[in-house]
Design a binder for this molecule. Sequence first.
Ligand code: ZN
Length: 277
Amino acid sequence: MTPKRMTEPDSQSQEILHTWRKIFEKKYSNELDAISRYEEDVFGFNVEWEDLVGSQLHSLFPNNPNKALDLGNQVLLEQFQNRNCRTIPKIRIVDLPDDFHYVIDDLRMRDANRLLNFDAVVTKVDNPMGWLKVSKYTCRDCGHVWEIEQRLARERIRAKYCSICLEELLAKSKKERFIPPENIEMVVHENEYSDVQYVELSSPLGLSNIDEAYNIRAVISDEYVGTLKPGSRININAFVRIDHLPNRDYQLDTRRVLLLDIHSIEFGFKYYRYSLD
Ligand SMILES: [Zn+2]
């Protein structure tokens, strides 16, 4: 794999990389040795919440999961490669403490962006699909290559000019007018795609009355795609996100729905107990 970032990581990122390295080396080295025999394309690697406590990851993961996980996945990939394993690992944080537990029916807009834990029943499963996660561009003039991270179900962000050529132009032309360096193109075969699948969930309380159950849309990614069926009973850790109505977009319609962006799944309920009758 080509390195993702050409520049040195900033000091906060260096510290986070170091923290992840410590966690994997101290707590997971036996597991990592065992996993080197795996031959899957993508493999979910469970990390206990407990192992984040006492480090900056403890607050970074709930508040900036992309940063925490991007850096962690980078370190984990190194660990896999050191063991000659070609599988791409994905960190899945599991076993969140009880105070993250929440009930699907109680979700409201004020809960947006919270990381919460739910027992849930899968009520509907859509077809798997892909999305453009990272698009790559190159400058025809100077050869500079860069990436743009896209967001799921949002308008694609397009590159407008080459930042290297622009810097040069600015240095040369002082404050005169100039044409921005737009001689760029997308490197289509190097774009990165990811698998996702939309599902619908209801709280286990809806099991007894499926017609009246409140359903919420949720999205799963990578190794989880294809693993859920209607009726699956699961416990999930998910970020609560705000989404537009299906078949609408943010510009056309102000109505919003909540969407669960599922980070990790454990099978079976953790909190809900059946009544005996
Ligand atoms: Zn350029």
